[in-house]
Design a protein around this ligand. Structure first.
Ligand code: NAG
Ligand code: NAG
Ligand code: NAG
Ligand code: NAG
Ligand code: NAG
Ligand code: NAG
Ligand code: NAG
Ligand code: NAG
Ligand code: NAG
Ligand code: NAG
Ligand code: NAG
Ligand code: NAG
Length: 496
């Protein structure tokens, strides 16, 4: 969901390269005549270029014999034994199409290779393993096919490996467990299947970023995963087929981002997440996690220690009972709280109103009851609130007008009663107002016609009566208007 922007690129290799770059150009200007070209590197680069018939942006247009290859776009060199050697080849996001030449690794000094976000096709050449000094390899967002070559395990200096968003299939080779310096292993959005090899768990204790999301990987995670990966900062396993319990040992790592959503995890939510003092993102949505009694709900209480928590997403699990009072002790930096699609019952605790940082709250599709007054008006930063398909009762409080950022108000399929308050016109950002299938009554407030940003307005299946306000014709953005199954009268004059 949030990965394309949540890159785990390690900045360090670049920091190392920059001084070298300055150094080699400096030296080059002074000693040009005594420096020789490495003809092997030149040949390898020309061969690489040969494999790329399509370069729509002209990214390689200055790869000509008019200038030294170290000055070609995307190339960085180092001067070694009076020879210029290619240290880095970086041509990301250039729409290049073609194949990665199997001679590429004749560039024996190459430490940094970034060909991400292009249209390279074909399997990865085995010859890539000849780039034995490589520590940064990013081929993400291409059209690469076939299996991940086990020989990649020979690139023993690798600390960043990004093969996301390609068409790789088969299993993750256990040989990757030989990459003991690896800090980022990013294989998300491929067609990988099978289990995560033991060698990866047992050997890669330096791992900080593990992104395997959107594959078909499965089976249970080892219960001691947190001890095996004590340095882990981001764990993204969403959209796979993982099952079994969520290991409590994850609380022993340094995790900031945990995404285990859309899997088949079962059991309780561990209380140990509360030990992750830097946790910002926790998504466990769409699993089979249970909470039946106070003991099971203790995890929520412990999450109060995560002072930077921004997102807590537990929707579509099997959580039961009332939302605990302690929800109000969560960080005020919490922006996204999603508990929809569970079996929650009882009233929403007023303490939830303390979560002043909330911008999106989802409690829909539960069995929640009671009124929304007393807490909703305190959540002044809300942009979206989804309370649909519950058993809420009572009116929309007129203090709803305090939620001036609100864009989505979903209250449909409940037992709300009373008038639609005229103060609703103060919600000037409102775009989606879904109040259908409730027991709202009385006339519509004329002010409704002032909500000029409304895109969808559905008030059907209520007990509304009286005239349709003549100014409804001012709602120029509206693409859906449903007033059916009420007792409303009159017509709408469209503004011109
Ligand atoms: C790369 O190196 C191999 C083995 O040394 C050699 O046979 C091949 O010709 C080289 N390729 C290029 C394009 O220089
Ligand atoms: C080649 O293009 C790159 C990027 O535009 C530029 O930085 C570099 O100076 C160019 N090299 C030469 C020799 O023109
Ligand atoms: C890899 O390097 C070795 C030693 O230079 C060479 O013999 C071999 O041909 C290279 N392999 C490929 C596929 O280029
Ligand atoms: C684990 O790493 C060591 C080097 O530290 C290596 O010798 C060994 O082959 C690796 N084990 C596996 C299963 O990859
Ligand atoms: C979860 O398990 C069920 C049955 O065991 C299976 O049908 C379903 O595809 C699995 N879902 C995922 C996301 O793995
Ligand atoms: C939290 O982040 C701080 C600052 O980056 C760091 O010093 C600390 O070790 C981190 N703690 C954990 C448990 O990750
Ligand atoms: C947590 O919330 C409960 C109920 O709102 C409150 O009584 C308790 O003092 C809070 N605890 C902490 C540590 O903030
Ligand atoms: C609304 O309340 C009535 C009883 O007052 C109940 O029968 C009905 O199921 C409730 N509707 C919802 C959506 O909970
Ligand atoms: C909804 O709430 C009303 C009033 O509290 C109650 O009578 C009714 O049984 C509830 N309906 C459901 C489906 O929970
Ligand atoms: C609405 O907001 C105003 C100004 O921030 C505040 O004074 C008032 O108490 C709020 N009303 C409610 C019911 O929270
Ligand atoms: C609507 O907003 C205006 C100004 O922003 C404020 O004066 C007025 O009291 C608000 N009306 C209600 C009903 O909250
Ligand atoms: C609607 O907006 C107009 C100005 O755009 C204002 O004069 C009028 O008072 C508003 N009506 C209501 C009911 O808020």
């Amino acid at each position: 969901m949030c990965h394309s922007k949540r890159l785990a690129k390690v900045a360090m290799p670049m920091l190392i390269l920059l001084p070298l770059l300055l150094l080699c150009y400096g030296v080059g200007n002074i000693h040009c005549s005594t420096v020789h070209d490495n003809s092997g590197d030149l040949k390898a680069l020309l061969d690489f270029r040969q494999g790329i018939p399509s370069d729509p942006y002209g990214a390689m247009s200055n790869w000509t014999m008019n200038s030294h290859f170290c000055r070609w776009n995307g190339i960085t060199c180092t001067l070694t034994r009076r020879q210029w050697r290619v240290l880095s080849l970086a041509l990301p996001d250039k729409n290049l199409a073609g194949k990665i030449s199997s001679s590429l690794c004749n560039l024996t000094f190459l430490v940094y290779l970034d060909l991400s976000s292009n249209n390279f096709v074909s399997p990865l050449p085995d010859a890539l393993t000849n780039c034995s000094n490589l520590n940064y390899l990013d081929l993400s967002s291409n059209l690469l096919v076939g299996t991940i070559p086990p020989k990649l395990g020979l690139l023993s200096h690798l600390n960043f490996l990004d093969l996301r968003s390609n068409h790789f299939e088969g299993s993750i080779p256990g040989e990757l467990g030989q990459l003991v310096n690896l800090r980022s292993l990013l294989l998300g959005e491929n067609s990988l299947s099978g289990e995560i090899p033991h060698a990866i768990f047992n050997n890669l204790s330096s791992l900080r970023y593990l992104y395997l999301y959107s594959n078909s990987l499965g089976k249970a995670l080892p219960s001691n995963i947190g001890e095996l990966f004590p340095n882990l900062i981001e764990l993204a396993l969403e959209n796979n087929m993982f099952e079994g319990p969520i290991p409590a040992s994850l609380g022993n790592s340094r995790l900031r981002v945990i995404d285990l959503s859309h899997n088949n995890f079962t059991g309780k939510i561990p209380t140990s997440f509360g030990k992750l003092s830097n946790l910002t993102f926790l998504s466990l949505q769409y699993n089979h996690l249970v909470a039946r009694d106070d003991q099971d709900w203790k995890f929520l209480n412990t999450l109060k220690n995560c002072r930077y928590l921004n997102t807590l997403s537990l929707n579509n699990n099997k959580l039961q009972g009332s939302i605990p009072q302690s929800v109000g002790n969560l960080s005020t930096s919490l922006q996204y709280l999603f508990l929809g699609g569970n079996s929650l019952s009882g009233q929403v605790p007023q303490s939830i109103g303390k979560l002043s940082g909330l911008t999106r709250l989802g409690l829909g599709e539960n069995y929640l009851s009671g009124t929304i007054e007393g807490w909703i008006e305190n959540l002044k930063n809300l942009q979206s609130i989804r309370l649909q398909s519950n058993n809420f009762t009572g009116p929309i409080p007129s203090s709803i007008s305090n939620l001036t950022q609100l864009e989505y108000l979903y209250l449909y399929e409940n037992n709300f009663t009373g008038l639609i308050p005229s103060s609703i016109s103060n919600l000037t950002q409102l775009e989606y107002l879904y109040l259908y299938e409730n027991k709202f009554e009385g006339p519509l407030p004329v002010s409704l016609g002032n909500l000029s940003h409304l895109i969808k307005l559905d008030l059907s299946y209520n007990n509304l009566h009286g005239p349709v306000p003549s100014n409804f014709g001012n709602l120029q953005q509206l693409i859906l208007l449903d007033l059916s199954d009420n007792n409303l009268q009159g017509g709408i004059t469209l503004a011109t």
